[in-house]
Structures are given as C-alpha cells and as structure tokens.
Design a protein around this ligand. Structure first.
Ligand code: 4NP
Length: 163
C-alpha cells in the first residue's frame, strides 16, 4: 500500500488541515528523520473540510513548530479523498468528529488502521487533540505537546509491529 520505497504509509487527518494534522505531519516526519527512518515510512496529512485547500498551515502552527525546530510552512492543505484508503496503512485522526466523518466513508474491506492519533499517546485520559483554531497560543502549545508524545508512541508501535 505504501509507495515504492516506503514500507509503511501514515496519513494524519483533522478538519482544516492547517493546524493539527500538518503539525502531526511535521513532527512525525522530523522524528523519522532523526531515527534515519525517513525512507521507510511515508507521511502525509489531509482535512475533512475544504475551506483551506491549497493554503499553508496557520501561521500560529508554523511558529509553534518552528519553536520546536520543525519547519511546516511549506505544507499545503488538501482534502481527504476516497483513494487515501488505498494509499495509507494508518489513517490517524485528531478528534472524534474526524473519526465519524472518515468512518462513514470507509470501505468495509479497508485493511489498514483507522483511529484516534492519541490512542498512541502516553496519557490514556486525553483522547482527542483539541482544535486550537479559536484558541490562544496555549492551545497551539498543547497541540504540539500532545502530538510529540503520540508520535513517539506511534513510532514505537510501528517498529514493534510493522517494520
Ligand atoms: P485544524 O483546525 O482542523 O486543526 O486544521 C481548524 C482550522 C480551520 C477551521 C477549523 C479548524 N475552520 O473552521 O476554518
């Protein structure tokens, strides 16, 4: 299912694809690069809503990522498409609304994993990455902290079960 070179493919999904999922995309990509696994795992992100298609991530997400040494400013928002079910082994969503939206269109025979990204996080009481769009900078800090933590858990899971 993954690309020719990569063995595993991961898609992060949120509503607008300008705050949470591009942050997850950049943070997980950065972690893979640090672990020299960049060629093994293909990463992308998408949104369930089309308002921001073609746009760069929100400037507050870009700044927060940059504060952690990660550049996400070059990413471009795109809409989730049905063919993503053919292309991605893991479809990881940020909240339960995203999960409902994607589950509704999921083919019955989708062989991959569709679930909440924070199911790979270390704090089982926080299930969703809160939408920071209407929040202050503390909302964006919370997003990246949750995403960094879940990214480590996701990589450990993939290394244990898939690579
Ligand atoms: P995201 O945040 O889903 O994390 O990208 C949002 C961005 C934009 C909107 C909502 C959430 N919006 O309503 O435009």
């Amino acid at each position: 299912m993954a690309t020719e070179r990569a063995r595993i493919s991961v898609l992060f999904v949120c509503l607008g694809n300008i705050c949470r999922s591009p942050t997850a995309h950049g943070v997980f990509r950065n972690l893979l690069d640090k672990e020299h696994l960049g060629d093994m795992i293909y990463v992308d992100s998408a949104g369930t809503g089309d308002w921001h298609v073609g746009k760069n991530p929100d400037s507050r997400s870009c700044q927060t990522a940059l504060d952690h040494g990660i550049d996400i400013s070059f990413l471009r928002a795109r809409l989730f498409e049905n063919r993503d079910f053919d292309r991605f082994d893991y479809i990881l969503v940020m909240d339960k609304q995203n999960l409902n939206d994607i589950s509704r269109i999921k083919p019955q025979n989708y062989p991959g994993y569709l679930g909440l990204f924070l199911s790979f996080g270390s704090n089982s009481s926080i299930e969703e990455v809160p939408d920071p769009y209407y929040s202050g900078s503390d909302g964006f800090e919370l997003v990246i902290d949750l995403v960094i933590d879940a990214s480590k858990g996701l990589l450990e899971h993939i290394q244990k079960h898939r690579l």
